[in-house]
Write a protein that binds this ligand. Structure first.
Ligand SMILES: [Ca+2]
Ligand SMILES: [Ca+2]
Ligand SMILES: [Ca+2]
Ligand SMILES: [Ca+2]
Length: 503
């Protein structure tokens, strides 16, 4: 009888271990062996037919910092032919079975919160358990692949913003570079770990600069102290190359950070290279508990109009000790009153109601940036000639009436006019560009009228940005007669509509 009892104890202990119960349960079960009926009821609740098949765990710990896959080995003669894996929302495509190895992919593992899990592997002979331990690295407070240590853009979503052209798309896997010497520079990126978001060596610097695009992180819930930090390089003109912090619930751009340490005056120095990384920190604690994401933007195609980056850390128990305080450079409207007709759209009041961006990237090496003027009744970006560059922003207007707008553009026909001299209409709050268009029907200095249909956005507020980002012949833009309110739909055809470059 004693022997039988200890056998039963062993059997129960085994069953309990296999089903993952804790040690206090084992003790309880042992003491209940006094009665046979107690024994049978406690065992049948665990399993009647379950004889778990045996697999060999190889890697069972998932580390959000390393983004490793998990793996298990099996012997087909013991477990039969594999059917599928089930549990915790795993789907075909989240795992691979090659030879005698089962691999659980990291793209699935990043969806699990820290803790212990068991996946069921079903075979022709029964079921095996694949144990998973997701290590607690404050996973839900941090973004996936924040430092590009996978060697690619895993965890980030990229999109083109220029005519769907993927050939000029910024932010590609090939931009993830070794954290070593900068191409054709004598010093390193100065990032963290083995990889950074850098500059691809596959194309010239000019060709790399020409690319445009956006790159979005995974969503995280801001926790800890609410501080974040990141490394940023290049991005001479913060109005065109910047990092946004957006709220997931409504897409509102909460903060916008540029590489404010980029020193325009030093670019001319032969030993200076602007793409090395500078550490920034920012206090976002007013948004603690909010779901946020990070977005990198590249709207510029010229000088240093690209971003290098690394180490987007979004979880700090306490404020970080190092890093320059990042300055928010998103457009600010102190009064969000918005009439249906944009103020001074005909420039009859010179530049009043318009704001010239004073971000340093627009300045010439001598520090001057006298760009916008009103001449012969129209806005012009050539106050100091075609080489002047700049961005000017309207006050807010509200879509009303027919929802149709019209704008006149002249000049703006330089060699890459549709990337360099353009009009952008942006949504107040999200600062999302709903349309960017250029003077594609240009005819010298003649003013050409373009119609825009914003009738899908009735009642919403927008503003206009006019950009001149180039210095060559005809790289200057004239604007006049911005009409944002037509009570009745004016007459226009497809040929006279503005063509959106952002898709
Ligand atoms: Ca890195
Ligand atoms: Ca660019
Ligand atoms: Ca005018
Ligand atoms: Ca210009």
């Amino acid at each position: 009888m004693k022997l039988l009892k200890s056998r039963y104890s062993l059997l129960i202990a085994l069953l309990v271990i296999m089903t993952g119960c804790n040690s206090s349960l084992i003790e309880e079960s042992s003491s209940s062996l006094v009665s046979n009926s107690d024994f049978s009821s406690s065992v049948t609740s665990i399993t009647s037919e379950e004889q778990l098949l045996s697999i060999t765990p190889i890697v069972t710990e998932f580390d959000f910092d390393l983004l490793n896959d998990l793996s298990y080995e099996y012997d087909q003669s013991q477990i039969g032919s594999i059917s599928h894996i089930e549990g915790h929302n795993i789907a075909a495509g989240d795992y691979e079975i090659i030879g005698t190895t089962i691999t659980i992919n990291r793209h699935y593992l990043v969806t699990l919160l820290p803790g212990n899990y068991g996946l069921s592997l079903y075979t022709t002979l029964g079921r095996a358990l694949l144990p998973i331990n997701v290590i607690d690295r404050h996973n839900n407070h941090r973004i996936i692949n924040r430092g590009f240590e996978t060697g690619d853009l895993f965890g980030w979503t990229v999109r083109t913003i220029f005519k769907g052209e993927t050939t000029v798309q910024a932010f590609r896997d090939s931009s993830v570079a070794s954290n070593e010497t900068i191409p054709s520079a004598p010093f390193p990126y100065d990032g963290e770990g083995d990889y950074v978001l850098g500059r691809s060596t596959a194309v010239s610097k000019a060709a790399f600069e020409e690319r445009l695009g956006q790159m979005r992180s995974s969503t995280f819930t801001l926790g800890g102290s609410g501080y974040i930090s990141f490394l940023l390089g290049a991005g001479k003109t913060s109005d065109l190359s910047y990092v946004s912090i957006r709220r997931a619930s409504d897409d509102v751009e909460l903060k916008r950070f540029g590489n404010q340490s980029f020193d325009v005056s030093q670019v001319l120095e032969p030993e200076y290279f602007g793409e090395n990384l500078v550490k920034y920190q920012a206090d976002l604690s007013e948004y603690l508990g909010s779901a946020l994401y990070i977005e990198l933007n590249d709207y510029g195609s010229r000088d240093w109009d690209f971003l290098t980056a690394d180490a987007f850390e979004t979880y700090y128990e306490a404020a970080p000790e190092d890093g320059i305080l990042a300055v928010d450079v998103k457009p600010i409207y102190l009064v969000d009153y918005a009439p249906n007709q944009v103020a001074n759209g005909d420039f009859s009041a010179n530049l009043s109601s318009w704001t010239v961006s004073n971000l340093p990237g627009w300045r010439k090496p001598d520090g001057s940036s006298d760009t916008f003027t009103v001449t012969s009744g129209s806005l012009r970006s050539n106050a100091t000639g075609d080489s002047a560059r700049g961005l000017i922003r309207s006050s807010l207007f509200r879509v009303d009436g027919s929802g149709i707008l019209s704008i006149e553009i002249g000049a703006a026909q330089g060699s890459r006019y549709d990337k360099d001299t353009f009009v952008s209409i942006k949504h107040f709050g999200t600062n999302r560009e709903v349309i960017r268009f250029a003077n594609n029907r240009s005819s010298g200095t003649t003013m050409i009228q373009y119609f825009i249909d914003l009738s899908d956005y009735q009642g919403q507020k927008f503003y206009v940005e006019i950009v001149d980002n180039a210095t060559g012949s005809w790289d200057t833009i004239f604007i006049d007669n911005i009409v944002t309110y037509y009570a009745n739909r004016p007459s226009f055809t497809y040929a006279t509509m503005a063509i959106n470059l952002n898709y």
